[in-house]
Design a protein around this ligand. Structure first.
Ligand code: WTA
Length: 633
């Protein structure tokens, strides 16, 4: 691997070079650090108007040759994956690069044996078991497009995603152990498939010894699926722009968006950012606590670390099981050097009995990271002092499912750290702030909407099956720029501090939730006439969900309304989307054109009763007082 940036001066120099001549910068890096089957004709081309971007056009590669094969001669016996099970008493597993290569090839051959071909979509609905990583890489090996669905989503969310991408195969397990619960994943798949016609095979891993029904002719056990398969499988030649995977993320309106990521650019950028941000050194043990069901797991448990030849930890459980000391036990157990988690976990852990912490040493830790939402000062201080002992740099990494990789972050120990700031852009990344009129703000010190001026290799290429929605969501509000949906402040040093979403997406415990999707789920209840959902600040989760409902007439027949509504949300989206607070109100504040004024509801949910703004223009200003009294404000 090319040398990592090692000083702030060098960062500034490299950053300038990367913007002056992006083609040279990315071309050199890509050429020197990866195995390509065919070189590119052009490093990149960009058309912001049509939202058409391509990187390493004309090149051919297979990402798994870079994550696996090329390491075998040098580090075939080095551990690639350490897997820590949910139960601390269960034997953990490790896989060397040689072993991982063989496992991936077996699954790849098994997929081929049931007819999966390049370009076919395969849905992975699995717990955090090694087989999930094998399956992700096996799809990439044969050019199939994986669509990983987080195993906490409901059957309805799962069937929507399977149908949207017309997946022909689902890989799942009999159960998913997490904490004290075992989620019956196969039952959820069965339910989902009642409304999917596209799936012809379901492969079921026996993870939990759960009883589950097997449908003759459709379902097959994982061990039978891979039985007798060869541990060698040629890597499919992929065009750099061929899709690698689809991953769904919530939108501010409508159904979740299937973000499509490409092969070449994604590989180059996840590897580069992994190396630079975490400053991974050979021999380091790296642990990202995310789930592979989210982008963080894709880019920084699987692809980035493995392409960089790292040792990456995969954890099946939760930070709270069997008690709040689990993360630190695991850190000590494997002598983790680099630890990457979410602010919501940090806040929860900071609140618990310090004995959970003091029973461990955590002395192996060198670098700490956070991702997914803004980290508040208090949580930052605790992470820094209690976990890092004051001498581990904290990389506050800002990025998105859409960006594929980290765009704004300190480089650990190299660029300056500023608490609660994601700080500076990575080389090749050019953030700008826009004012409300869509004009770029030239001043250094400013606050505005965060956009990107320059394309980067791992940006999503489209929304599966709906390129127009991709254009509308990200490229039309500020023509010529990529719009992130986030607000940000920039200080006089040029450091960025992300202030949060500026659209109708709420981040709860690091999970993005579209309020419109939750409203649609609640509206399904017979007694509900209309629902409005907003986020409000929450001490541990960052944000929580508050729902306001108006009822149909005669709805007094529903004594268990709140429970039924919560169940509906759970069934339609998943338990993570359940409102924490609900109010039945006589009306929702509306503009004269009939739009719900969420701004007012957001303030009320946050407990703010002053500065509601001008409510006299509302169609029904009187409801504001009624809502306040319902809320006890
Ligand atoms: C938020 C997760 C502040 C942001 C990788 C973004 C952050 C959304 C940070 C994307 C951070 C992510 N500081 N906010 N370090 N990282 N966000 O798609 O609002 O699950 O738009 O990707 O999370 O969430 P997603």
């Amino acid at each position: 691997m090319k040398e990592q940036i090692s000083s702030f001066d060098e960062y500034q120099k490299v950053y300038q070079e990367s913007l002056n001549d992006p083609s040279k910068f990315w071309g050199d890096y890509a050429r020197e650090n990866f195995v390509w089957k065919k070189p590119w004709n052009k490093v990149y081309s960009a058309d912001f108007e049509k939202a058409k971007f391509s990187w390493f056009e004309g090149a051919a590669l297979n990402i798994t040759e870079n994550c696996l094969d090329r390491h075998l001669s040098e580090r075939g016996d080095q551990t690639a994956i350490i897997w820590e099970p949910n139960e601390p008493g269960e034997q953990h597993k490790t896989f060397t690069y040689n072993e991982l290569h063989a496992e991936v090839c077996r699954v790849a051959n098994a997929l081929k044996s049931i007819g999966v071909k390049k370009g076919d979509r395969v849905c992975l609905y699995l717990p955090m078991v090694p087989e999930l990583a094998f399956a992700v890489l096996a799809c990439a090996r044969i050019g199939a497009v994986h669509s990983v669905v987080f195993a906490g989503f409901s059957s309805k969310s799962l069937s929507d995603r399977i149908n949207d991408a017309s997946c022909s195969v689902v890989l799942t397990s009999d159960g998913g152990p997490r904490g004290e619960k075992v989620t019956p994943l196969k039952d959820i798949v069965d339910q989902a498939l009642e409304s999917c016609d596209c799936v012809d095979t379901v492969v079921v891993l026996n993870r939990a010894n759960n009883d589950c029904a097997m449908t003759e002719g459709r379902d097959i056990w994982w061990h039978d699926f891979i039985d007798g398969q060869s541990s060698k499988c040629p890597a499919e030649e992929m065009d750099s722009e061929d899709p690698l995977f689809i991953l769904y993320t919530s939108g501010s309106t409508g159904k979740p968006k299937g973000m499509v990521h490409s092969s070449g650019g994604y590989m180059v950028y996840t590897t580069y950012s992994f190396q630079q941000v975490f400053q991974y050194k050979p021999g380091d043990i790296y642990w990202c606590t995310a789930d592979i069901g989210w982008i963080t797991g894709h880019s920084y448990i699987v692809y980035g670390p493995l392409s960089a030849g790292a040792t990456t930890v995969m954890f099946e459980g939760t930070p709270a099981y069997p008690d709040m000391g689990r993360f630190w036990d695991v850190v000590d157990k494997y002598k983790v050097n680099i630890f990457y988690t979410a602010p919501t976990a940090i806040r929860a852990l900071a609140q618990c009995d310090p004995a959970h912490l003091t029973r461990t040493t955590r002395e192996s830790l060198r670098v700490l990271g956070t991702v997914g939402e803004p980290i508040n000062q208090e949580a930052w201080d605790w992470y820094n002092t209690e976990i890092g002992g004051g001498d581990c740099p904290i990389v506050d990494t800002w990025w998105q499912t859409e960006t594929g990789g980290i765009l704004i972050s300190p480089l650990a120990g190299v660029t300056p750290i500023k608490p609660t700031y994601a700080t500076l852009p990575l080389p090749g990344i050019q953030p700008v702030l826009m004012d409300e009129n869509g004009v770029e703000i030239p001043d250094m010190e400013a606050e505005g909407r965060l956009c990107m001026k320059q394309p980067w290799p791992s940006m999503a290429r489209t929304i599966y099956g709906n390129h127009q929605r991709y254009i509308n969501t990200y490229f039309s509000q500020f023509p010529g720029f990529y719009f992130t949906g986030d607000g940000s402040r920039r200080d006089s040093d040029g450091d960025y501090r992300i202030t949060g979403r500026v659209d109708d997406i709420v981040i709860v415990s690091g999970h993005n939730l579209g309020t419109a999707e939750i409203e649609d789920a609640i509206d399904e209840h017979k007694a509900v006439a209309e629902a409005a959902v907003v986020g409000y600040p929450h001490e541990v989760k960052g944000n929580s969900i508050c729902a306001f409902l108006t009822l149909e007439k005669h709805s007094e027949n529903y004594p268990n309304l709140f429970t039924e509504v919560l169940d509906l949300v759970s069934e339609t989206i998943g338990p993570i989307a359940k409102p924490e607070r609900m109010y039945i109100v006589p009306g929702l504040p509306k503009t004269r054109s009939g739009k719900i004024m969420r701004r007012i509801l957001r303030k009320l949910a946050a407990g703010e009763t002053d500065n509601l703004g001008d409510i006299s223009t509302l169609l029904n200003p009187e409801v504001v007082e009624a809502i306040k009294s319902e809320m006890g404000l």
